[in-house]
Ligand binder design. Structure first.
Ligand code: HEC
Ligand code: HEC
Length: 305
């Protein structure tokens, strides 16, 4: 798949030495000229929110990831509308795993895969750490027209699970506050309903995979289509708690083994991905105005075409 022109233009991977790394094969992106980037971005139908970031005067990671914000919103905060998932403030180990998944074919989205295909593990880790450290306000939740019975079913599955279907509560892994658990489990709030539906559907069809044992694949397989609609409708209409940070640890063992959690603890991504750095960030508030988003781009985005 071809990258949209504006992205190839802004993000053309260039080969050069990274000052802090030993690897001689380190890829970074060329620094876009502000005017060229702005005009090609403005022309693009894919551009859903304007760039608000500071002028690219320094070659910082913040500058190099500016192009991500064309889809993922200002500083990666996205919105709760449309399809693009928020990436700001998610656990760094989780974000890193997803960037590797797109690059290595365990997640299927041609836009994302195209963007990261030439980037090294280390550079993707740097990007993941950058977005994980961004603790930013969330927009208000999506409104839902779902019937109360469906929402009640969604809440039941999320908070208590369903023994008849051998389903543990989503909260048993995603945290009681549903804000995720560092380093590897993402939160479930603040994501668009369409995105949630698509992810659970992709796990059922094998288009999205995580490290084995892939607990989410097993859980998604036990959910009916109606259950998926119910959890997505309920989750996407919930407010974030006052503290939106991922929990530091689960109070109890996982109800089922998850390869993406086990593989990342305690070595490898362990210490560097603790939530200590996140604790240093300031107050969250939920006053952010939702960015304008374009629902028509949703189906295009789902396939990355
Ligand atoms: C052209 C639009 C576009 C751009 C630019 C883009 N993304 Fe994405 N990104 C998406 C879409 C669409 C998805 C959801 C894909 C899916 O359905 O699996 C996604 C998913 C992700 C996810 C997974 C989120 C989650 O909760 O699992 C991460 C992480 C991510 N992108 C990071 C980045 C980074 C870092 C950049 C910049 C290098 C970037 N994206 C640039 C469209 C984009
Ligand atoms: C046994 C633990 C466990 C349970 C129970 C569980 N999850 Fe997950 N979930 C995970 C892990 C681990 C990941 C990260 C997978 C990866 O690395 O791709 C995840 C990821 C997800 C994602 C991807 C989020 C994103 O930003 O793309 C969604 C959506 C999700 N889970 C929904 C649910 C729902 C809904 C339930 C309840 C019906 C549930 N999960 C129950 C462990 C669990």
């Amino acid at each position: 798949m071809k990258l949209p022109a504006f992205l190839s233009h802004c993000l053309r991977p260039v080969r050069r030495r990274h000052p802090d790394r030993r690897s001689s094969r380190q890829y970074t992106w060329s620094r876009p000229s502000r005017n060229a980037a702005a005009s090609s971005l403005a022309l693009s139908l894919l551009l859903l929110s304007p760039l608000h970031a500071a002028p690219p005067t320094a070659d910082s990671i913040a500058v190099r990831v500016q192009a991500c914000t064309a889809c993922h919103g200002d500083q990666g905060r996205a919105t709760n509308q449309g399809y693009f998932p928020r990436i700001a403030g998610k656990p760094a180990g989780y974000l890193h795993a997803q960037l590797l998944n797109f690059r290595d074919g365990r997640r299927n989205n041609a836009l994302m895969s195209g963007l990261v295909q030439h980037l090294s593990d280390d550079y993707l880790r740097e990007i993941a750490e950058h977005f994980a450290a961004a603790l930013l306000p969330y927009p208000p939740p999506q409104t839902t027209g779902a019937p109360p019975a469906l929402l009640a079913r969604g809440e039941q599955l999320v908070r208590r699970g369903d023994t008849a279907r051998d389903l543990p509560a989503c909260a048993a892994c995603h945290g009681a506050a549903l804000t995720g658990v560092s380093p590897a489990i993402p939160g479930l709030l603040g994501l668009p309903r369409d995105y949630l539906n698509a992810q659970l559907g992709q796990w059922r069809t094998g288009q999205r995979r995580a490290a084995e044992p892939d607990c989410m694949a097993r859980i998604a397989a036990r959910l009916s289509a109606e259950d998926i609609g119910a959890v997505s409708a309920w989750l996407s209409s919930q407010r974030l708690p006052a503290d939106t940070r991922p929990a530091r640890a689960l109070p109890q063992a996982l109800p089922e083994p998850c390869g993406s959690v086990g593989a990342q603890q305690p070595q490898g991504l362990g210490p560097a991905y603790g939530s200590d750095s996140q604790a240093a960030h300031g107050e969250n508030d939920r006053r952010a105005a939702p960015d304008k988003n374009d629902g028509q781009a949703v189906s295009r985005m789902k396939n990355g075409s």
